[in-house]
Design a protein around this ligand. Structure first.
Ligand code: SAM
Length: 284
């Protein structure tokens, strides 16, 4: 049920908006108050806090860090699917991976980072491609790291268990048959694919731990929530962590254009695939 907005509630809304911006980098303008109400109203009721003002007070007094975490988790949007948008995964399979595998024949190492891994469908889509289409990678060291700020999403990603509805969204039948087992109403991903990805908590707008260099970075459908300065800072850090001949994948509505010109679209502009401008220039 929507919460009525009186002058006090305006302050409450503004406090909650500011907190989400400060802690997650997610920009919520006033038009998004319905999102705050629909996601935080149930938490306020569950905790018997008497509404969003009670919830804001409980957070403000710092009595319950756990409550604050639940609120922040609830304000993330975890929308994702297997093989989301299809083309990025085609580009990865037919162009990016063959090139990188050729370039890494001597080291036999490949590192991939999924910087907003949500429930895991994105890293597991790639893992199935690596496993099924690139048998030559057996014996290579392939490190895959999935990170997200939302603890619930991380737990679900680690479990690799999906509802029928989630399976229906994007997973081809041949991959379902090959890699999943029905368990009760859900589908359980095989251990062999699940173990290909390590998941850890990481807030993109805070300090990142040393993670080394990655050959491919997926950072899809998360920068859309951030302001331009935050995007610029994140691109700056990715610039320093991407292998010189590495690739970055953004969501279909995302770009580096007018934010960081050290990246250019790659692979004929398909699939939200970018690389370092200097690498593209050297290859031309
Ligand atoms: C819409 S999902 C995108 C999932 C996947 N990359 C895809 O494209 O299908 C966005 C994810 O970004 C995460 N996220 C939001 N703000 C974040 C932050 N500050 N640091 C890390 N992850 C964040 C959310 O928890 C959510 O799981």
């Amino acid at each position: 049920m929507p919460v009525e907005t009186n002058p006090v509630d305006k302050q409450v809304m503004s406090y909650l908006r500011d907190m989400v911006l400060k802690e997650l980098g997610i920009v919520l303008d006033e038009g998004k108050d319905y999102l705050i109400e629909s996601r935080l109203g149930p938490i306020a009721r569950r905790e018997s806090l008497g509404g969003l003002d009670g919830l804001a007070t409980a957070i403000r007094t710092g009595r319950s860090p756990e409550l604050k975490r639940s609120v922040l988790d609830a304000m993330t949007t975890n929308e994702t699917t297997f093989l989301r948008d299809v083309t990025p995964f085609e580009v990865l399979e037919t162009s990016v991976l063959p090139k990188l595998i050729e370039a890494r024949r001597a080291s036999r190492k490949l590192r991939i980072w999924y910087a907003a891994s949500s429930y895991g469908q994105e890293p597991y889509s790639v893992s199935m491609i690596l496993n099924d289409q690139f048998p030559e990678l057996a014996g290579w060291q392939v490190d895959q790291l999935g990170t997200d700020i939302c603890r619930n999403a991380l737990e679900r990603a680690k479990a690799g268990r999906y509802s029928q509805l989630e399976i229906n969204r994007g997973l081809p039948a041949r991959l379902l048959v090959k890699h999943f087992k029905k368990e009760g109403p859900d589908w359980q991903l095989s251990d062999s694919i699940r173990k290909m990805v390590k998941f850890e908590e990481l807030n993109l707008i805070q300090r990142w731990p040393p993670m080394g260099t990655f050959d491919i970075i997926f950072i899809r459908n998360v920068l859309i929530y951030f302001d331009i300065e935050t995007k610029r800072q994140i691109f700056g850090r990715i610039h320093d962590m991407l292998a010189p001949d590495g690739y970055m994948f953004l969501g279909s509505a995302e770009s580096t254009l007018n934010i960081d010109d050290r990246f250019v679209r790659s692979e004929n502009g398909k699939g939200g695939c970018f690389r370092l401008a200097k690498a593209a220039k050297a290859a031309a």
